[in-house]
Design a protein around this ligand. Structure first.
Ligand code: GLN
Ligand code: ZN
Length: 801
């Protein structure tokens, strides 16, 4: 009798395990291939849907078999989960001519995402932008002034049903759908003009749409509730941003209304601490909240005081954004007090959706024995969550804990992790190493004398078209099927071609073309100590596009020069300067999986020091212009403004460390793209690069607004045409852009260049576009000379004879 009592008491302490979402791309990128086959009409829509269903089922089974208490559904998307929400709500921009109220079919869905599909007319795709501080991109919802919402969640309901069938008979297993919350959905969207065809931003207050939107949400939630789901996860990641009072109070209104459904709501936030929004989140009329226990670790100290006693707390303790194995003992120590306080009101979870981690470590066959056991991908993370929940429920998981401890310790002690020399060098970095010899003004005089460039010098960003021949040479060489000597001569051939094209076109500062690089981070990572690479560590970037970030696995150092031979070869072919071309420390860091055992700053400095050696070698080899690309500088910014300055300080310093070794006469360039720079323009100036080439053309030089309030001190090349489109730009248009720039920035400090590298373009359009660009620069140059001659003459004519 007493025994049964004790049993049931133990049963009461039933900590649950769940994840916020699973990668949809498939362990071998099955979704990518199916999508691309569908778009190129190699498979039917039925076959695409079948592949998607297989993937979903596989993902659900992984969760069930690992022993999680919920199967999460609704996290799958054919392209993007924000676009999913738009399709459930019938939010389709007018130009796609979608019949209001009709369900959004798959071809319309793809047309919104990519401008075209197998059926339906082409139309400009919706914007795509970065999902918070991740490398995932979502499709920006477009709201018009008279936006209406028409709910159709049939595809979601169908998934719920299928998952429920899979879960039948499995005691205690719940099916938990996830959707993006109404406030985050609104926040992420943009308001556009109502009339057809025009896409101009209007001053529509998005919150005006909230009442109608909430009605739509209520309808959708009721549809789900009718399927008998106990819990619904609603994601509101904007809770980890700085919110205005209007948005905060909108949360109260919204959740008061939409929680009138019969399912319980788990309100999930992630990617950072909620800080001042924590009290708000705890007070909303929802049945539970999820906190990111990794990126939002600081909230954990306060949440128990703020959480009403009947609410569930889901703690995201397994990092969904990294690839390192969870330190189970440490996690249990952290979780135990929560378990003691909350009992079955505690859930253990991934910090965020596992969307941002690769799928399955099991596929990796080439990782070293001291590294592989220290890693964990999505499939493994699910087991970690399940293990932690089991441990809290009193099950014996000591073997798993011992295993994890062992792997983590072995890794920490590995000789490939710790390099005393590198540590000493980082410790020895003084301010002196961060500064060039002279200020820009002085350097610019020295460089003018040394380089002798014309007004409006022309250049490109680095890469030239990656032809079939180039790609196949690289691939065969990597597979060991092409001897080095043949590979080298293929690369030299493409360098010769790039140089002669550029000379014919008449560019002033040349590049070698980057034929030897598959990826700007991987190329350097492979040559540096401390980096590791996976075979299948793919993470979705957008739609069918995936990236395979390298792993910073140990202290970083440079065993040998990385680029000198190629650049020197290119320089030997021409009298014009050829740019040395490197990837900067922040981009190397942001586009990799970083370590968790040392700070990001320390890792950036290590990479910065390695690059500094390369820069010095380039200079010694006679290279007079060196470009250090930092396209990722802005995306490393923390979500909260209060944290910006600390990041920007070390990021800027790491860049300076990497280049400040050169003489005044050596010109340092940098390049940035993919984002808005206006709000960090002064930090960009602090990089103290002699020249920055920067993306602006898509936004019609919106960047220049930044120069109203801030005078950029050095030279700048605002990109005059968009390389993302195969359309050859118009010369007058480019001239007009340069003239517009010259109103804000003195002409002597302006460069003329495209807005990014040309590797995705073909030669014919590249040749044509660059020729026009050079002729735009030449025309303006001639006008400037004529103008100053005229001035001299006018001046002369008023002088007494
Ligand atoms: N130098 C690189 C290139 O031209 C820069 C790429 C980038 O900005 N992402 O390809
Ligand atoms: Zn770029």
């Amino acid at each position: 009798m007493s025994f049964t009592n004790k049993e049931s008491l133990l049963d009461l302490k039933n900590v649950k395990g769940h994840i916020l979402g699973f990668p949809r791309i498939g362990a071998h990128r099955e979704l990518k291939w199916a999508l691309e086959d569908y778009w190129s009409k190699k498979i039917t829509q039925g076959q695409l849907i079948q592949e998607a269903n297989n993937l979903k089922q596989k993902n659900w089974l992984t969760q069930i078999e690992a022993g999680l208490d919920f199967v999460t559904v609704g996290d799958f998307a054919f392209y993007d989960h924000v676009l999913n929400m738009s399709s459930y709500l019938g939010v389709v921009p007018k130009r796609f001519q979608h019949k209001q109220g009709a369900p959004v079919d798959l071809d319309t869905y793809f047309r919104i995402a990519r401008g075209r599909s197998v059926k339906g007319e082409d139309a400009p795709a919706s914007d795509m932008t970065k999902w918070f501080d991740t490398n995932y991109h979502y499709i920006v919802p477009e709201f018009s002034t008279n936006q209406s919402f028409n709910v159709n969640g049939a595809s979601l309901i169908q998934d719920i049903k299928r998952a429920q069938e899979l879960a039948t008979g499995k005691q205690g297993l719940g099916v938990k759908p996830v959707i993006i919350g109404p406030l985050s959905y609104l926040w992420l969207g943009k308001a556009v003009e109502a009339e057809e065809g025009s896409n101009k931003a209007v001053t529509l207050d998005k919150l005006d749409l909230l009442p109608d939107l909430l009605n739509a949400y209520s309808e959708l939630l009721n549809d789900m509730a009718q399927q008998g789901v106990d819990w619904i996860q609603i994601d509101e990641p904007i809770l980890s941003l700085d919110l205005s009072i209007e948005w905060k109070s909108a949360f109260e209104r919204a959740y008061f209304q939409i929680t009138k459904t019969s399912s319980k709501i788990l309100l999930a936030s992630y990617f950072g601490p909620l800080n001042e929004n924590l009290a708000l989140a705890c007070s909303l009329p929802v049945a539970g909240i999820h906190l990111d226990g990794v990126a939002g670790h600081s909230d954990l100290a306060n949440v128990l005081d703020k959480l009403p006693t009947y609410k569930v707390l889901s703690l995201g303790i397994v990092n969904g954004r990294n690839i390192w194995r969870n330190d189970l003992s440490k996690s249990l120590t952290l979780l135990q007090p929560f378990c003691d306080a909350l009992g079955d009101r505690l859930w253990v979870a991934s910090s965020c959706s596992l969307l941002h981690s690769p799928v399955d470590l099991g596929s990796e066959a080439k990782l070293t024995d001291d590294l592989k056991p220290a890693l964990s991908f999505a499939v493994q993370k699910i087991s970690e969550v399940a293990t932690l929940a089991s441990a809290l429920n009193g099950k014996d998981v000591s073997e798993k804990i011992t295993d994890a401890n062992h792997a983590i310790q072995t890794r920490a002690q590995s000789t490939t992790v710790h390099n005393e020399q590198v540590r000493d060098k980082v410790d020895g970095v003084t301010d002196g190493l961060l500064n060039r010899h002279s200020p820009y003004i002085q350097r610019s005089l020295a460089q003018r004398a040394a380089l002798n460039l014309p007004l409006y010098p022309t250049t490109t960003i680095g890469s030239f078209p990656q032809t079939k021949e180039i790609r196949s040479a690289r691939r065969l060489y990597k597979k060991g099927e092409l001897p080095k000597i043949a590979y080298d001569s293929a690369m030299e051939y493409s360098i010769r071609q790039a140089i002669s094209e550029q000379e014919l076109i008449g560019l002033d500062v040349l590049v070698h073309g980057e034929a030897e690089r598959n990826d700007m981070v991987e190329y350097f990572g492979e040559q540096l100590n401390g980096y590791a690479f996976t075979e299948y560590g793919w993470v979705q970037s957008y739609g069918s596009r995936c990236v395979k970030p390298p792993i910073i696995a140990g202290d970083v150092s440079r065993p040998a020069p990385m680029t000198i031979n190629w650049i020197q070869y290119a320089q030997s072919l021409t009298k014009k300067p050829v740019k040395g071309m490197l990837t900067g420390p922040i981009t190397m860091l942001c586009w990799s999986f970083a370590r968790e055992d040392i700070s990001l700053k320390e890792q950036a400095y290590q990479i910065g020091l390695a690059l500094r050696e390369e820069v010095a070698d380039l200079e010694n080899a006679g290279i007079t212009v060196i470009q250090m690309d930092e396209p990722a500088l802005r995306e490393g910014l923390p979500l909260r403004r209060a944290d910006w300055s600390e990041y920007l300080k070390w990021a800027v310093d790491a860049f300076r460390l990497s280049v400040a070794v050169v003489q005044d006469t050596t010109q340092i360039h940098t390049h940035m793209c993919y984002s808005e720079f206006n709000d960090i323009i002064s930090s960009i100036a602090d990089l103290d690069a002699d020249v920055i080439t920067i993306e602006t053309s898509r936004s019609n030089m919106e960047l220049l607004n930044a120069f109203e309030a801030f005078e950029y001190p050095n030279e700048i090349g605002p990109g005059v045409y968009d390389i993302h489109s195969p359309i050859v730009p118009n010369q007058e248009w480019m001239q007009a852009l340069i003239e517009k720039a010259a109103q804000r920035i003195p002409a002597e400090r302006l460069w003329v260049n495209p807005d990014c590298g040309l590797k995705t373009r073909g030669w014919p359009e590249t040749r044509e576009a660059l020729t026009l660009m050079v002729s735009a620069a030449t025309t303006l140059r001639a006008q400037a000379v004529a103008g100053s001659n005229k001035q001299v003459k006018e001046h002369a004519s008023v002088e007494p004879a």
